[in-house]
Design a binder for this molecule. Structure first.
Ligand SMILES: Cc1cc2nc3c(=O)[nH]c(=O)nc-3n(C[C@H](O)[C@H](O)[C@H](O)COP(=O)(O)OP(=O)(O)OC[C@H]3O[C@@H](n4cnc5c(N)ncnc54)[C@H](O)[C@@H]3O)c2cc1C
Length: 572
């Protein structure tokens, strides 16, 4: 493994991933227990990493006046076609306003009306000037006394007898191999992008909506450690502006733009309104335009031509707070959204537990099926519609639970983790691609993975549709790909990181395909369009599809749905 240094570190609470949920958890843990050591390991730099890297212009989950945590659960349940973990969504909803107000007190500018009330954008959103949101939370984590190691890629959890003991990883600039011993761990690595072939290719392949550096590492390390995962089949496909892949909520919710097809028809309300629910649930908003394109009525646009000059200026300002590339692309191309509608498209499928609900199966304290291991944010399952504020709420709950877990075990001996021999072997495995002069470059393997997933597991080129035969072929091809990771080679530490990223993506893709095969209905059109089973089938499938890695096999487990909040599951 060359001349790399090995370091063993100890901490009380280890947080893997210093993004939205991770930094917030760190603040809350230190507030609750100033005597405990809290260590964040972040593969990039906490100042500008993860989903918040470029900023935000809205908080998408807030209980506006007239609403309640219970009405929020009803809305989220209807939006997710009747199936969510209501206990998780409710416990999160009860904390939403408190965490938002707290971040405001740290310096986040939230827009207000003349009376000083937050400016609502739609039913659950409020407008912010959030370009500096990530530095604000990152600085707060540092101020609270959390230790941070930036540029450390965590590759695996250390688990003994189903109890977490820490993690391993390496510094992607210096090559130091780390073994971190911890009393409790919060995993907050976000979701998974780059599993499917993206909209843009070649040197633009990272021009995608979800951060391309959130590669599903947290899911993968949990899968390998035997943690129970849920709802991977509920993929997330975003409706975004064409090519630049900017969020469209700003256009639709913020500026009243409606979808129109090539003929200028407002097709959504006519054809894709679902079961009389107010508005279409989120999956339908991407399913509708995808069908229009498939049936020859594309391209599809969000019609902004009603906007006056002043409103266009406001629209641009709003994007400058969150997705400046769009404003630059408009300027470079002389595009005026007041004169022409904005073209939109669906993205490649992602796994994002904060928009949909794929991730760790957790209890209401956010503990995973592995003792002492907690999950928060996009990596945690069962609770869609989390967005920024839900990740904070979940980060706070996970931090409080992890601190309580540590307190309960004070004085206990730390068990053996890994002996010297094992340590060398583990470091050797992690650095192995650097020692291969011949083999497969990680980018080549990533392209193979993305091609399999796109063509056999319902990617963009298949209008997100899949059938039994294709999924069976995807499964076989992924097995083969998995057997080839031993040929991955890296010329430097950056490529070594890429090797681990593609290995993680392959592990996540294998579980995803198993889930897609198992749910024999179409609950979320586009997210999970199973053409052999096109109907929604509550009788057999109003339940969670979970999985766990056991003896080298992905075992599927069914878990029941429990309704806590009364009412029609399809009405918001
Ligand atoms: C472009 C975009 C726009 C959005 N707009 C809005 C909006 O306007 N309003 C809203 O409410 N929500 C919005 N969201 C959603 C919201 O930002 C996310 O749900 C939320 O930020 C996710 O937080 P997280 O902590 O789970 O993930 P992240 O904030 O992405 O943090 C994950 C962190 O883990 C690190 N990491 C990953 N793998 C490893 C590893 N192996 N080792 C160490 N570290 C690792 C990453 O570098 C990253 O820092 C948007 C999301 C995106 C992508």
């Amino acid at each position: 493994m060359g001349n790399f240094k090995v370091e063993i570190l100890e901490t009380d609470l280890l947080i893997i991933g210093g993004g939205t949920a991770g930094c917030f958890s760190a603040v809350k843990a230190r507030e609750k227990a100033a005597d405990l050591d809290v260590l964040i390991l972040e593969k990039a730099h906490i100042e500008r990493s993860g989903c918040l890297a470029a900023g935000m212009n809205a908080i998408n989950a807030y209980i506006n006046p007239g609403e309640s945590p219970e009405s929020f659960v009803r809305y989220v349940r209807a939006d997710a076609m009747g199936l969510i973990r209501e206990d998780l969504v409710l416990s999160m909803a009860r904390r939403l306003n408190e965490v938002v107000e707290e971040v405001e007190s740290w310096g986040l500018p939230i827009m207000k009306d003349r009376e000083g009330n937050y400016l609502a954008r739609g039913r659950w959103n409020i407008k912010i000037s959030g370009e500096r949101l990530k530095p604000i939370i990152a600085n707060k984590a540092l101020e609270a006394g959390a230790r941070v190691l930036n540029r450390v890629l965590v590759t695996d959890l250390l688990v003994e007898d189903n109890q977490v003991k820490g993690a391993i990883g390496f510094n992607i600039r210096k090559g130091v191999f780390y073994l971190i011993q911890a009393r409790a761990v919060i995993v907050a690595t976000g979701g998974a992008a780059g599993i499917y072939r993206p909209n843009n290719q070649g040197s633009a392949h990272h021009k995608m909506w979800y951060p391309p550096f959130n590669t599903g590492a947290g899911y993968a390390m949990g899968i390998r450690a035997g943690a129970e995962m849920t709802s991977f089949e509920m993929r997330f496909i975003a409706l975004r502006t064409k090519d630049v892949i900017a969020p469209t909520g700003t256009l639709a919710l913020g500026f009243g733009a409606t979808q129109v097809n090539a003929r200028g028809e407002r097709f959504m309300a006519k054809k894709y309104a679902h079961l009389g629910a107010e508005g279409a649930p989120t999956p339908w908003r991407v399913y509708g335009p995808t069908q229009e394109i498939k049936e020859g009525r594309g391209p599809v646009f969000l019609d902004t031509t009603h906007l006056k000059e002043e409103e266009v200026r406001e629209l641009k300002k709003s994007y400058l707070n969150m997705y400046p590339e769009l404003v630059l692309a408009w300027a470079a191309n002389g595009f005026d959204p007041g004169k022409e509608p904005v073209e939109i498209q669906g993205t490649e499928p992602y796994l994002v537990g904060g928009h949909t609900q794929s991730g760790y199966w957790i209890d209401v304290d956010r503990q995973t099926s592995i003792e002492g291991l907690y999950a928060a944010g996009d990596v945690a399952g069962g609770a869609p519609y989390k967005f920024v504020s839900g990740c904070w709420a979940e980060g706070a709950i996970a931090a409080e639970s992890a601190v309580a877990y540590i307190r309960e075990r004070e004085g206990e001996e730390r068990g053996p983790i890994i002996d010297k021999l094992d340590l060398d072997a583990r470091a050797g495995e992690v650095f192995a691609p650097l020692n291969r002069s011949e083999g497969v470059h990680p980018r080549e393997m990533e392209e193979s993975l993305q091609k399999i997933m796109d063509e056999y597991a319902g990617g963009i080129s298949r209008y997100y549709e899949m059938n039994e035969k294709e999924l069976g072929m995807a499964e076989q091809k992924l097995e083969k790909l998995k057997s080839q990771v031993k040929y991955l080679k890296a010329g430097d530490l950056h490529e070594l990181m890429n090797c681990h990223e593609v290995m993680d993506r392959i592990d996540v893709a294998r579980v995803l395909v198993k889930h897609l095969q198992y749910r024999k209905e179409t609950r979320w059109p586009a997210y999970q369009s199973f053409v052999d089973y096109p109907a929604l089938n509550d009788r057999d499938w109003l339940k969670f599809v979970n999985s766990r890695y056991e003896n080298g096999e992905i075992k599927i487990i069914e878990r029941p749905y429990e309704q806590l909040i009364p009412g029609d599951r399809y009405l918001p």
